[in-house]
Design a protein around this ligand. Sequence first.
Ligand SMILES: [Zn+2]
Length: 107
Amino acid sequence: MYRRRVPAPGGDATVHSSMIGKVEKAMRYAHEQDRVKLEKLTASFAGDNGTHTVSLDADTWHCDCHFFVAAGGCSHTLAVQKMLDPMLSDASRETPLYGHIEVASPA
Ligand SMILES: [Zn+2]
């Protein structure tokens, strides 16, 4: 690990222990994904039949595949929604896909 020796006001020990505190807090935060809410992202998605660009902006998903245009959601956006679920707002967790699924009710 690279460590630069920089004289700091208050002395190295103070800065060092403060940095340890920050890193320890970050390690705790890293397990608390719901602290982070994604507001905007763009990702490439390697689907079985090709790579697609999936994006989220202002709680609205978009994908450049043909199915998305027709249904307003697709396997790519839904998969990304599931991967990122703890970091999404309630609105960006929604998908129109489930509304298209016909659920066979037990007789
Ligand atoms: Zn798609």
